[in-house]
Write a protein that binds this ligand. Sequence first.
Ligand SMILES: [Zn+2]
Length: 108
Amino acid sequence: MDILTFLRQRAGEFRCPVCRRSLADCKMRQLNHSGHHYTVEVTCRKCDMAFVVALEVHGGEAEEELQLADEEEMPPITADELLQVHQALRGYQGPLTALLEPRDGEES
Ligand SMILES: [Zn+2]
């Protein structure tokens, strides 16, 4: 099963950390895959905020065994990653959307 398909099915359960809207229709792009670990870039369609979600896939056979990393205790988007975004943007004066590059139609 495709990790992006899995995430898409779950996306509606989560909210954008910036605008708090549902991520049901967010844009997703897989960045890395190493063993059980995946990183996926998620871009909110409401505010165009992009952030990285780290996941760990257990088992690898049945989709029911797929889990978001630390799903029980933590939101899928870590505070550290959001903090990195804020630090990267510190001092930036232009519009946030100017930082985001076109995705070449890679939507979902
Ligand atoms: Zn948003």
